[in-house]
Design a binder for this molecule. Sequence first.
Ligand SMILES: *Cc1c(COP(=O)(O)O)cnc(C)c1O
Length: 408
Amino acid sequence: MTNTQLLKIAKDFESPVYVYNSEIITQQYKRLTSAFSKVEKVKVNYAVKALSNISILKLMKTLGAGLDTVSIQEVQLGIAAGYKAEQIIFTPNGVSLEEIENAAKLGCQINIDNLSILEQFGTKHPNIPVCIRINPHVMAGGNTNISVGHIDSKFGISIHQIPHILRIVENTNMNINGIHMHTGSDILDIDVFLYASEILFETAKNFKNLDFIDFGSGFKVPYKPGDIETNIEEFGEKLSVRFNEFCKDYGKELILAFEPGKFLVSEAGQFLAKVNVVKQTTSTVFAQIDSGFNHLIRPMLYGSQHEIENISNPKGRERFYSVVGYICETDTFANNRRISEINEGDILTFKNAGAYCYSMASNYNSRYRPAEVLWHNGEAHLIRKRETFDDILNNQIQIDLEPKKVKA
Ligand SMILES: *Cc1c(COP(=O)(O)O)cnc(C)c1O
């Protein structure tokens, strides 16, 4: 999208505002699926939590994606977007048996990540097929070093507990139809991912009725120059070969599943905010925008670096700025960042704002969550209104706090 188009969006829909480009989402989806074109059956389940706007879910549906969900509400959102329950995998962590049963009742694919629930679910519903989330204990140590670790992670059932899984499966006579891992941000390079995949294949051999193997996500996208980006084409080549070999040995054409969030939507998103104040202090120049961690918390929560550009003055002389927000907390988006000269009223864009940005927004300081716009076929479409004061008051209940009148 051009700066002119972005500035028009900031003007028409006011700032702050999130903008997503459907073309980039489509490109990323196609990159991923074509990387695995040599595998017969591939399923991409979009991780709803990255960006859960219903229009985005509908866009994913037109591309042919299923959904990966982590709460019953995300399941409901998926169904509201027109997905059939069978296209939705429910991969929660630490939720109640009841919530899992509710998702199963709707017809979602269940994915269980602890032995306690596995045993309870298997005992009550031996006929409902279940996928098991494995923790392969693999993480990147240095560049290509592979170290076994992350033993403390709360996610998944440890590969060291396979004998216990098998005992539960045998005792309950339940049907395991999938094996899954999602190692999140631990895995940075392809070799490590492939190493973890081998562990998953080993695990899969223990189960005779599998329909799919789900390799989760953890694909990297670059946030700043020099960042690691998963080479999806090379990864696809290598994993496809191994996957096809595995299926041959296993004696069945299994589905290869993924559940990317960030990879599909991160780069498609930009966050536009206006500079309210330029403030010189004894040590820096602050550019204070009409936002804060109530709208975009990743820099403060994870130390993420979102590139920032001044689209109102892209050719201006570059200076060093600390970009901060307007809420009453330290809300530093960027420190000592080189940006073309900023004047009050300028619009800044934050790149890579598609994933885990709007979906983590809050009402802190009683501010409204921003609007969301989808750029689709060369046009800007509002896909979520900015909140209003009614939204702030909506669920609040005003009780009578007048002192009781004492009768004379
Ligand atoms: C969050 C999540 C994903 C998506 O991760 P990305 O890094 O955004 O691709 C996939 N699977 C599960 C189970 C998740 O919790």
